[in-house]
Design a protein around this ligand. Structure first.
Ligand code: XMP
Length: 326
């Protein structure tokens, strides 16, 4: 087993200069480890895998083969951003897999949260392995493991990260950011020129919008989650809350209530807004969002999102509630 302890001599990366020194060192180390070999990476678009990809592109260019699996549970604009940044700007070898139907078909009718997570995780590995099998002669597998993943040990990682891949793929692991803390990964990402929206984005669970479309996922309700989340993010950004609030998102529960629109009676879903602050996600407090902003977001969501006639604000801290709904 390779060494999984951060070297004591390793300085905390707190400045662009230190980030650059880390980049130079890692690029040399990656070149030495991989040589002319090809490296496979599951690129979710999250901070950790994106920084890992950017380091590898710098070190080995097109010999990094990044696979972006769209499981249909990503936020609005995410797959497009991954393609734009990595394929168009960084000229990476990027395989984009549209697996939306495959995931949503597997999830149809499944209401149990743990079962949903299991299906998403297992299907992700299947899709990724299928792509890996199509490619010949790849001996290295890169992962965006960061130091807290190691400290929190295996089981947490496998519960929390959809991208956790099985050992039987039998490839040598490449983990260039495994000794970094989150703030250091961000510093390195910024120094590598990745966009702020990628480097400083809020946490997003591996099962994605799947855990915010409570109960059995249907395509129309999933769209309501995606569209309302996009409006919330846009309004938080416009009003200076992006980067200030730790995590914020919308949830669409699996029930309907009566409403009235243009004199017509409706029977539609509610959207729940959740905005929380925390240090470590173990406990969380609710953000005191200005009431006028909540009114404005409510107005936009009820007018712009199909199938929604009501908006609720979740006032519950953790505990008693968890941050997510499933
Ligand atoms: P909870 O809901 O347990 O969430 O209060 C705490 C933090 O963990 C995130 N979370 C997940 N992240 N896979 C992930 O990668 C998951 O299955 C998962 N469940 C929760 C959640 O978004 C919050 O930041």
């Amino acid at each position: 087993m390779e060494n999984n302890k951060r070297p004591e001599s390793m300085e905390r990366i707190t400045t662009p200069e230190l980030a650059q020194a880390f980049i130079d060192e890692q690029v040399a180390a990656l070149k030495a480890q991989v040589g002319d070999g090809k490296v496979l990476l599951a690129l979710s678009g999250g901070v950790d895998s994106s920084v890992t990809a950017a380091l590898l592109i710098k070190a080995i260019g097109e010999n990094l083969v990044a696979v972006h699996v769209n499981h249909g549970l990503l936020r609005k604009g995410e797959p497009e951003q991954v393609i734009d940044v990595f394929r168009n700007q960084l000229k990476a070898t990027l395989i984009y897999v549209d697996a939306v139907d495959r995931f949503l078909d597997k999830l149809a009718g499944v209401a149990d949260p743990e079962q949903k997570r299991k299906i998403i995780g297992a299907e992700f590995i299947k899709v990724f392995e299928e792509e890996a099998r199509k490619l010949d002669g790849i001996h290295f597998l890169a992962q965006g493991t960061i130091y807290p993943d190691i400290l929190e040990s295996g089981p947490v990682k496998s519960h929390h990260n959809v991208g956790g891949l099985p050992a039987e793929m039998n490839m040598e692991l490449v983990e260039p950011v495994k000794f970094l803390y989150k703030d250091e990964v961000r510093m390195v990402g910024k120094q590598l020129g990745l966009p702020d929206s990628m480097v400083f984005r809020q946490p997003f669970p591996g099962p994605g919008l799947g855990v915010r479309c409570v109960g059995a996922i249907t395509r129309d309700r999933l769209e309501a989650v995606r569209e309302s989340d996009a409006i919330l993010r846009e309004e938080f950004a416009k009003n200076g809350l992006e980067g200030k609030v730790w995590q914020y998102f919308t949830v669409v529960p699996d029930f309907k209530s009566t409403g009235i629109t243009d004199g017509q009676r409706t029977f539609d879903w509610p959207v729940i807004i959740r905005a929380v602050n925390t240090r470590d996600a173990v406990t969380a407090t609710v953000e005191n969002v200005p009431f006028e902003l909540l009114e404005h977001i409510t107005d936009r969501i009820t007018h712009e999102v199909k199938g929604v006639n009501r908006v609720l604000y979740d006032l519950t801290p953790k505990p008693s509630a968890t941050i997510e709904y499933e």
